[in-house]
Design a binder for this molecule. Sequence first.
Ligand code: UD1
Length: 421
Amino acid sequence: MIRGGIPLCGTLTAAGSKNAALPILAATLLTDAACQLHRVPSLRDVSTMLMLLSSLGARIQRGEQGPVTVVSESVTQHRAPYDLVKTMRASVLVLGPLLARYGQAEVSFPGGCAIGSRPVDLHIRALEAMGAHIEIQGGYLVAAAPNGLHGTEFEFDTVTVGGTENALMAASLAQGSTVLKNVAREPEVTDLVCFLMTMGAEIEGVGSDTLTIHGKSSLRGGTYAIMPDRIEVGTYLVAAAATRGSVRIEGVSSSVLGVIIDKLREAGADIREGDDWIELDMKGGRPRAVDIVTAPYPGFPTDMQAQFTAMNAVAEGTATVRETIFENRLMQAHEMKRMGADIVIEGDTAQTTGLLALQGAPVMASDLRASASLVIAGLVAAGESRIDRIYHIDRGYEDIEGKLQSLGADIRRENRSSMVQ
Ligand code: UD1
């Protein structure tokens, strides 16, 4: 429940990145040795991945706020069951590591956000190029590589973050060298590469669109700190800009935010940055609407477009947001229209003409980033908004209401909503 109209002001600390933590947790399957991970965010998706690892036989220790330690020495199961995978698509990231280390894996076809068909054909093709046999049986991907995986050259015909990560992890334990072309260059992929190198993997081309992995017969454990969550940080910056507020976020450098910062500046935000902090100040002014076209990194991230649509709904002028990565990812715009937003949706594009304020209304979250954008819409709406199905938001935002309350927002969680699972 949100009562909007209050400019957000204050200081927050960035959480660790969900999209880096998930593949890095999956990568702990590549070694017998202990992996100690710092800055693992407390999120539903992370708990799901930890449950998955533990169902495979890994031993996991997690202190209250401290690091997560995973030891995969005792892994005996190689099956990622439907019940876990259906709640989180990223469960498919155990496919590459299980196959590379044990020569077999069974992973239920992934579910996750309702944002389009999201196939895994490229994960499969990359692993097949390394010598895996993969069949679909009873809703499961059943994969085997009895003689181990071997090096190969593989070009992705679409840039895929998860596909790149699965192939990278598998290639790290394959025999010989693998060249992966047209890989995703998202900072979270680079964070996985850095973790794999901590484990002893040999990888060239870091940050470029071609990665060469010289496979090792075994990898070691290690200690690693997950990168800050650029999407979480971006979400709070946009929330502050939309409410004409001023925030400082610590524990993150603006270099990982890239084009998100450029777009906020274009919207009129005064942004100052240091090595591990970012400040945004609207100086009480109304943001200007900004055009956005989503694209793979270093383009504008699809995970931030919904939040900018919410800002555009109360900004000065008209702008379009075009989604090129996923189908069905403009669903939040329909809900925002229920709050009075002036949005015209045509195909993959939402054209928004900003109003001075939205009107509070009951709305329903449809996926993770859509829920974040509806929270922002609630923060700029007059009166009370009720956002239902907020379990989506707990998948990717740590204590969102606590963080927004600390910035002065009037937001509270109703037990009834949080019980809807
Ligand atoms: C990851 C992120 C997600 C983000 C997305 C794009 C995680 C856990 N999730 O999702 O938050 O929105 O990247 O930045 O990191 N595709 C295929 N075949 C495949 C795989 C993908 O056609 O085998 C297509 C998808 O349908 C989509 C595009 O490639 O159109 C990008 O998807 P991908 O990068 O794989 O997204 P995810 O890894 O699922």
